[in-house]
Design a protein around this ligand. Structure first.
Ligand SMILES: N[C@@H](CCC(=O)N[C@@H](CSC=O)C(=O)NCC(=O)O)C(=O)O
Length: 280
């Protein structure tokens, strides 16, 4: 059952927030959806799933990205889930890069995280089924995200190419098994056996991708991003894309940092990129 928390008209469409009890994360989960003008059961629209980064909820992208005007024009719905399970019964840690707000889009295997921290299952299966059931959407889906959410979007698209028409990311963590954010999260959620980590690593997954499963991919990265060298490791993705001949466009931008100022500067280009595949 969906509980409607808010409904706000914007750019001729509607921004709505919902809560529901999740079978994947065993707690109430919140998500937001933008429905463009005219979306109805007789005029279904494609969906862009947006995965946010560390510390975010369903609200950061919706309030800061400035995506509604273009999404309304193109007739694309946008769905933004929360970034982790939440609540008093959900294990947490007093840090911004692990625990609540930092689910890393994996299915945790280690106690005490494995009851609730199943964001991979939630984003890949449960949420799209819920959206398909309750909203006027077609079966065309794209997936995008920022930072930890960029990792989630690319990784999920690489593992489930049949589910999506295209994928994109802003400032993604592309090689989490080799950066401090990823190593901290994966060691707690997945345990010390690093062979279980590679299934959630974009660079590793690129090595395994069949050419027939390649998806159109776009990445935008700010050159003044404080996290670029230590955490995001975009250069490792450049190498993989070249080695594998993966159809990814990686755009570096002088002067831009890691913030939503950067995302809002290029979100229209990402929506237009996805539009060309969603409407094909
Ligand atoms: N130092 C910050 C780190 C948090 C941060 O920068 N979060 C980013 C995502 S980082 C990678 O996933 C973000 O999107 N923040 C929300 C926003 O609205 O800008 C801290 O301590 O908070």
């Amino acid at each position: 059952m969906l509980d409607n928390l808010s409904a706000t008209k914007v750019s001729g469409g509607w921004h709505k927030q919902y809560s529901h009890t999740s079978t994947s994360t065993h707690c109430p989960m919140r998500f937001a959806i933008f429905l463009p003008p005219g979306a109805s059961q007789t005029n279904k629209v494609p969906v862009l799933y947006w995965l946010s980064g560390l510390t975010c909820t369903d609200e950061n992208f919706m309030q800061k990205a400035g995506a509604f005007k273009m999404a309304a024009e193109l007739g694309i719905a946008i769905v933004a889930p929360d970034t982790s399970p939440r609540g008093d019964t959900v294990p947490d840690e007093d840090s911004y890069d692990f625990g609540q707000g930092a689910g890393f889009y994996v299915n945790a295997t280690q106690a005490p995280y494995n009851t609730h921290y199943n964001m991979y299952e939630y984003v890949v299966n449960e949420l799209p089924a819920l959206i398909d059931q309750h909203f006027p959407v077609t079966d065309k889906k794209a997936i995008s995200g920022h930072s930890m959410g960029g990792h989630g979007a690319l990784m999920i698209a690489l593992r489930n190419p049949q589910n999506y028409t295209s994928t994109s990311a802003f400032s993604p963590i592309v090689n989490p098994i080799n950066c401090p954010w990823g190593q901290k999260a994966f060691s707690h959620y997945l345990g010390s056996d690093k062979s279980t980590w590679t299934q959630y690593d974009t660079c590793e997954l690129m090595d395994q991708a069949n050419a027939t499963d390649h998806l159109p991919m776009r990445i935008d990265q700010g050159e003044a991003d404080n996290f670029l060298v230590e955490q995001l490791k975009t250069e490792n993705l450049f190498k993989k894309v070249n080695e594998q001949g993966y159809p990814a466009e990686i755009n570096m931008h002088a002067g831009y940092d890691h913030s939503y100022f950067f995302i809002s500067s290029f979100i229209d280009e990402h929506l237009l990129f996805h539009q060309s595949y969603l409407q094909a």
